[in-house]
Design a protein around this ligand. Sequence first.
Ligand code: PBG
Length: 325
Amino acid sequence: MLFPDYRPRRLRQNENFRRMIRETRLSVDDLILPLFAAEGKGVKNAIPSMPGHYQLSADHIVKEVKVARDLGIPAVMLFGIPNKKDAMGTGAYAKNGIVQKTVKRIKDKVSDVVIITDVCLCEYTDHGHCGMVQGGIIANDATLELLARTALSHAQAGADMVAPSDMMDGRVAEIRETLDENGFENTPIMSYAAKYCSAFYYPFRQAAESAPQFGDRRTYQMDPPNSLEAIREVSMDVEEGADIIMVKPALPYLDIICRVREEVDLPVAAYNVSGEFAMIKAADKLGWLDGKKVMMECLMGIRRAGADMILTYFAKEAAKELSNG
Ligand code: PBG
């Protein structure tokens, strides 16, 4: 169809026409709110590069989970900030670890919200890597058992879903097997399947105090120029038993979300990471763009690329925007 027979503007002339032909919808159902769990009581430490986000002790987390629920947000993702770190990341799989304690507290006080826990060692190791270090190298196979123990301890504490973010090879299978052997065959795994080695995690590493103390994460997280490799990573996790596949970060990797969406028939999650959040907040603060509008456009873009759900620090603000119509 060519002009003047076809005039795309005919269906753009008012909001009702636009609503009728809208191809992508963003709903509060699509949002997952990440939260940072800290030790102590009454703790609410602001994270400077992530305005509106805090390291929160369990009492505050419970309140925050209720706020999320009341806004209609179906799930939160918990990250733990332990008081002590060591070479083996023992805090990650301790029965009374920060995530385990916090999950229990939330489960005692709040129902109706899915509690997802991030499964990784980097917040708990003194070297800050996501796996065990042996001879200066991040040891893959030796790490698997620790990750599986971590996931199991989260499930035992009451987590509704576990989300391994370490990028060790074979961890989804190991976690699935351990969960099944211990009677948690109904606990789903959301795998950070295509997780890139990104500079956009910078604010998060301040928030979670998890920056690597030597080297970087390039030997386990994916190299940003690769996309075929993302398909291999995703296929592996599907074979190993993942229930939801995640792509991370979101905005610089919309092409990956789109490709993964076409390749797999599992639900696809995208992580709109801390750096993506910080950039918009900073520009908004400077008056260089309208933060709210840009937030909604970005979230819609991530949905349009093919993500079924979005982990985002904007979850609460977006939920409010959506309910304002
Ligand atoms: C832990 C983890 C990270 C993020 C989520 N889980 C940091 C990292 O891999 O260095 C980043 C999240 C964000 O930036 O919002 N492995």
